[in-house]
Design a protein around this ligand. Structure first.
Ligand SMILES: [Zn+2]
Ligand SMILES: [Zn+2]
Ligand SMILES: [Zn+2]
Length: 116
């Protein structure tokens, strides 16, 4: 049983950016999900972009800057906390400012660390 996904687990999805990607099918989706069921965050309408190198989704803001998708980050924090730690770091133009409480806490913690 372990390691073998059901035959219909994967399907080719077309992201709102027009990008095509092999991902889990909607049937096996566990919301919130960047592809099928984004949570109510500030970037949910933006184009989704799969970052092969980081293995995360990014949201492309109207200025063409990629911001890590919050649902992807939240998922990683649950499943792979070690990896999730550095994943929020990006060249930000300030568009993804609306943070969840947990993100805000971490952001503030980082600010404090910087300040000393
Ligand atoms: Zn999904
Ligand atoms: Zn922007
Ligand atoms: Zn950002």
């Amino acid at each position: 049983m372990e390691g073998s996904a059901p035959e219909d687990y994967f399907e080719t999805v077309t992201l709102n950016s027009g990008e095509k990607l092999k991902a889990h099918s909607k049937k096996y989706c566990t919301p919130p999900c960047a592809i099928h069921d984004p949570s109510n965050h500030v970037m949910k309408e933006w184009d989704l972009h799969w970052r092969e190198d980081k293995a995360i989704f990014e949201r492309i803001c109207p200025h063409g800057i990629g911001h890590p998708d919050p649902d992807t980050v939240a998922y990683l924090e649950k499943t792979n906390p070690e990896y999730a730690k550095g994943i929020g770091i990006h060249g930000c133009d300030g568009c993804c400012v609306e943070r969840t409480e947990a993100e805000e806490d971490r952001h503030l913690a980082n600010e404090y660390n910087k300040g000393t």
